[in-house]
Design a protein around this ligand. Structure first.
Ligand code: M6R
Length: 612
């Protein structure tokens, strides 16, 4: 989390840094700051609690002029959000200035050592300790690059960082270990950033830093080394999205834009990957491990948050259609609980950002035991995408809203394609069923579009329970993970407490919560679970709960049971999660918007959780 932007070149750096930080605010937004080196080689600093927009309004642009600078938008890890803990941080001599994303785990030991040497600190942060450690070495070596290197060899933990040195004011030094960082390579300028969205307005050429890399940036370009002083070369890549993909384009919020993009994003996920005549799917990125997948003893799917919910849908799909055992694990648990894994396991990592710390650690754990690792990732070139044995990009395009929407439906679509690919090869599905699935797959974008056109209907239902304190979401089979996802969407952006449950589990506890104030959202497609769901609805009705039912277009029967009905086009079970989640996304969006919540940047959250 946290966003970093740095600039070195010929232009005035402040507007470039502020524009970049605005694009990175989804990574954290509790405080913001910049340090600029002016043409008299003086370092100017500004940092305050609040958003980048407030910094832009308050900073004196006549004074903060200079063509070298670094900036930061923070998501607090060490120390509460306040002006002192905001970045950049400085050492006690005001020589080294640093912005940092990540956690220095051994900062307390280093602080103790530096305190004994007479160093003083003004904040609670691990980053200030790092600034002082670099300066501790600078006092001995009088060499900025060497000092950064010595310090980084001493710290344990994660960092993406950019730093300046008042005594060597002609350079920016950046380094990465565990927190993403890239260089945007322009004409006579280099921009460093946590992700490509902050540089795309200036250049499409980027170089990704790997763990253990440093780059020394000057006005003449940059050189790269490892933190062990070995020269390295990293290939340049082209950014694959457009500026308009990361702008609101007339929508009130990114989340609304991203919900409405789903007819296109879902097509981008399957385009060119399925033969509609035979129903055979092919994901080229998985070619090299396809035999391993076919012969896998089991699949382990691991992820966090919304991506974990997609994984749960994957479990239902793969077990039902491919007859391969699947386990779904929270990445944060998987990495620490000494899981039993071997070479016959295939571990699937699902991540929108491709940078989630827990998912990345789970990947490394799985590799350690020789499992085959597969990524289902959205962000191209991200760490997980680069470290897996093989993978498939979901091609949902940049997702800026903190609440994940289009990435979820594309993750589920990717899992459906994987399911079809394996089932066809293993003959665990008939040719007719495959063709039926492929035919329906083609209808999915149109069906999503139909729901988007009906969004005002969903808004009316949202108005009816925007003041609720608790909401229960219930679903069965493929739709149980959708219930979990609906609940997560609501709580993260509207701060209403919500829980998802398998509908039949309600009787085993949550039914005690039901009274006339409790809205219950039932996902009630007309499949083989329908009658059971109706029984569950009756149980809630008998206790005066308010029923919101997600039901098929032509289900008139539901009207006599539900207080509100959200209509969803009929589809096959495999695609039901993709369609059923759309009204739930709208519901959360409209509830949050009408409560005046900050939909795209909900409190305490960040888009990409790159710390444990
Ligand atoms: O980038 P990832 O998919 O790895 O992120 C995983 C979760 O942090 C993410 O899905 C989170 O739960 C979202 N805020 C949900 O909307």
């Amino acid at each position: 989390m946290c966003g970093i932007v740095g600039y070195i070149g010929k232009k005035n750096s402040l507007p470039i840094i502020i524009e970049g930080l605005r694009r990175l605010e989804y990574r954290g937004y509790d405080s913001a700051g910049v340090s600029i080196i002016n043409d008299k080689a003086k370092v100017l600093n500004y940092k305050k609690v609040g958003r980048v927009g407030e910094m832009n309004d308050n900073i004196d642009k006549d004074i903060f002029q200079g063509s070298i600078g670094i900036g930061h938008t923070r998501w607090a890890t060490h120390g509460v959000p306040n002006d002192v803990n905001a970045h950049p941080h400085f050492d006690m001599d005001d020589n080294v200035v640093i912005v940092h994303n990540g956690i220095i785990e051994n900062y307390k030991q280093i602080k103790t050592k530096l305190l004994a040497e007479g160093f003083q600190f003004s904040s609670d942060t691990d980053t200030e300790v790092l600034a002082n450690l670099i300066n501790y070495y600078f006092r001995q070596t009088n060499d900025f690059e060497k000092s950064v290197r010595l310090a980084l060899n001493e710290v344990e933990g994660t960092y993406g960082l950019a730093c300046l040195c008042a005594k060597e004011p002609d350079k920016v030094i950046v380094a990465r270990n565990g927190s993403p960082l890239l260089l945007g390579v322009g004409i006579e300028e280099t921009i460093v950033s946590s992700d490509a969205s902050a540089v795309i307005n200036h250049t499409k050429n980027v170089v990704y830093l790997e763990d253990g890399d440093m780059a020394i940036l000057t006005k003449n370009g940059f050189k790269m080394k490892t933190i062990h002083d070995v020269k390295i070369y990293r290939e340049a890549h082209k950014i694959d999205f457009l500026l308009e993909d990361i702008e609101k384009s007339g929508y009130d919020h990114f989340m609304l834009k991203e919900i409405c993009e789903q007819p296109d994003t879902i097509q981008n996920t399957y385009r060119g990957r399925i033969n509609f005549d035979s129903g055979i799917a092919k994901l080229g990125g998985l070619d090299s491990v396809f035999d391993k997948m076919l012969n896998a003893k089991r699949f382990i799917i691991t992820a966090c948050g919304t991506a974990w919910h997609a994984g749960l849908v994957g479990e239902y799909m793969i077990e039902q259609f491919c007859r391969i055992p699947v386990e779904v694990e929270y990445a944060s648990e998987f990495r620490y609980r000494r899981p039993i894994i071997d070479e016959d396991d295939v571990v699937i990592l699902i991540s929108q950002s491709g940078e989630t710390a827990d998912t990345l650690a789970a990947l490394r754990e799985a590799k350690k035991f020789g499992a085959t690792t597969i990524g289902i990732v959205n962000v191209i070139g991200s760490t997980i995408a680069r470290e897996v044995d093989a993978g498939t990009y979901v091609h949902a395009g940049p997702e800026i809203g903190v609440a994940s929407t289009k990435a979820f439906t594309s993750q589920v679509m990717s899992l459906a394609l994987i399911t079809m690919m394996i089932a066809a090869e293993k003959n665990t599905i008939s040719k007719e069923s495959l063709i039926e699935i492929a035919t329906e797959l083609r209808n999915i974008p149109g069906k999503i579009k139909k729901m988007i056109d009906a969004k005002e209907d969903y808004k009316k239902v949202a108005d009816a329970f925007k003041n609720a304190n608790n909401v229960l979401y219930l679903g069965r089979g493929f739709n149980f993970p959708v219930a979990l996802e609906g609940a997560l969407k609501l709580k993260e952006i509207s701060y209403i407490h919500a829980e998802g449950y398998p509908a039949a589990e309600m009787k085993h506890g949550p039914i005690a919560l039901i009274d006339e104030n409790m809205p219950v959202v039932f996902i009630a497609p007309q499949d083989r679970t329908y009658d059971k769901i109706i029984s569950n609805i009756e149980e809630v009705k008998a206790r005066k709960g308010r029923i919101i039912a997600l039901a098929s277009d032509d289900d008139d029967n539901i009207n006599s049971y539900a207080d509100y009905v959200l209509r969803v086009p009929k589809t096959l079970a495999l695609f039901a999660p993709i369609l059923n989640v759309i009204p739930l996304q709208f519901l959360s969006y409209y509830v949050a918007a009408s409560r005046g919540c900050d939909v795209d940047q909900p409190r305490n959250l960040a888009k990409s959780v790159t710390v444990e």
